[in-house]
Design a protein around this ligand. Structure first.
Ligand code: PLP
Length: 403
């Protein structure tokens, strides 16, 4: 898709934020995005930017993807919504596909990442109550975690600034240190129902949890009869170069949450679970009006098939390896970068300057990046990005980072 752009001279329009009727929960950049092609976005002046944000890990297939557009057109020819009082074919097919390609036996559909994690918390509690009674109810998250901003998920999210204005937070949910010895003690308590972990902590600074560490967590949770919930909302569905990040560690969780890229930019989340968990859930235990509707499910079926393509996953791994080396060299040359971390097409750079300043300088240089904490710049390019787009983006990043 090429975008019809307004007839402004690139860069000419004043970058002044106009008054907006949208509630100010986000500090928005002072331009308006009007369209995009491949891994590039265009603003209202016609200026283009290489996009290393992907709508915060949503636009895995980039912009103007023909297959995605056709899937949306086909989906629009069918039912848009029917409610969860009835079966619909796209929802059934998508659930069957996810079960066939993962550890899971059952799937619950919802509409966002936070909603998927809230669902996982409820399913974990229901399971724990069914095997041990109401005492076993606690959900434990890890230091540096981000699981969402609803009340349950906020209590498992380790971001003091997000939490402080909304206390008291939901009870029975706590944050533990990542340290294995400490976790062993925490999980000793008979009150713990589940541990929730992002295999790659995204918002918390792009911290790739070591596969060996994940295996230890799996062994520990098995031993303590605690469910392991993996939050792959940001790092799942191909972003690490594996369809699911857990595959890299050779483990299987009890529950797994997905969202962001799942329906190609349409709102959708999913909770995948084992039969042991699913058996504890009864009709009425949970629900959501829009979850897994036929329109989003039909689009998601196209997206997951594309993201599971071995050629795409191999390209993510190859591009990721190149990007990691390029960033390491950039860091060695610059002196303004303290550390580089990442896997696949998910990278973080610890920078000396406030990360927000680097984001602004990158935008001025024609590159979109985002932050992951005060001093970390986060890179999440579309998974379909070409080598040329990646290399041009890194050159602009070097300009933004400075020396
Ligand atoms: N979990 C992780 C790992 C995330 O990165 C996010 C969003 O950034 C969420 C949960 C929350 O997802 P949503 O914004 O769709 O509620």
């Amino acid at each position: 898709m090429s975008v019809a752009l307004p007839t402004l001279t690139p860069g000419d329009a004043p970058a002044v934020a106009q008054p907006s009727a949208i509630l100010g929960t986000y500090k928005r950049a002072p331009m308006t995005i009007v369209g995009g092609t491949g891994a590039e976005l265009a603003d209202e002046t016609g200026r283009t930017y290489i996009d290393f944000v992907s709508g915060i890990a949503v636009n895995a297939l980039g912009y103007g993807d023909e297959g995605l557009r056709d899937a949306m057109h086909r989906a629009a020819d069918g039912l848009v919504h029917a409610s969860n009082l009835y079966r619909t074919e796209p929802g059934e097919r998508l659930a069957a596909w996810l079960v066939a390609h993962s550890f899971a036996d059952r799937v619950f559909f919802c509409n966002s990442g936070a909603e998927a994690n809230e669902g996982a918390f409820k399913f974990a509690r229901r399971w724990a109550r069914s095997i041990a009674g109401p005492e076993k109810h606690e959900i434990v998250g890890l230091r540096g975690a981000f699981h969402g901003r609803l009340f349950g998920t906020l209590a498992a999210t380790d971001r003091p600034l997000y939490r402080a204005p909304f206390r008291p937070l939901a009870g029975g949910i706590s944050v533990a240190e990542r340290d294995l010895e400490e976790l062993e003690t925490v999980l000793l308590a008979d009150t713990v129902a589940a541990l929730i972990v992002e295999p790659v902590q995204g918002e918390g600074g792009v911290r790739v949890l070591d596969p060996g560490y994940l295996r230890e967590l799996r062994a520990l949770t098995h031993e303590r009869r605690v469910l392991l919930i993996l939050d792959e909302i940001q790092c799942g569905l191909g972003r690490t170069g594996w369809l699911f990040a857990y595959e890299r560690a050779g483990i299987e969780p009890d529950l797994l949450t997905l969202a962001k890229p799942l329906a190609g930019g349409l709102p959708m989340g999913a909770v995948l679970m084992t039969d042991a968990v699913a058996r504890a859930i009864q009709p009425g235990d949970h629900g959501t009006t829009f979850g897994g509707g036929p329109f989003v499910a039909a689009v998601a079926e196209h997206v997951v098939q594309r993201l599971a393509d071995p050629a795409l996953l191999a390209a993510v791994r190859a591009h990721g390896a190149w990007l990691g080396e390029a960033l390491t060299e950039l860091a060695a040359r610059s002196g303004a970068v303290r550390a580089v971390r990442g896997v696949g097409l998910m990278w973080g750079l610890d920078v000396q300057a406030p990360a927000g300043e680097v984001v602004e300088r990158a935008r001025a240089a024609g590159l979109l990046v985002c932050t992951a904490g005060e001093h970390t710049v986060r890179l999440l390019p579309p998974l379909t990005i070409t080598h040329d787009e990646l290399a041009r983006g890194v050159a602009r990043l070097e300009e933004a980072v400075g020396t």
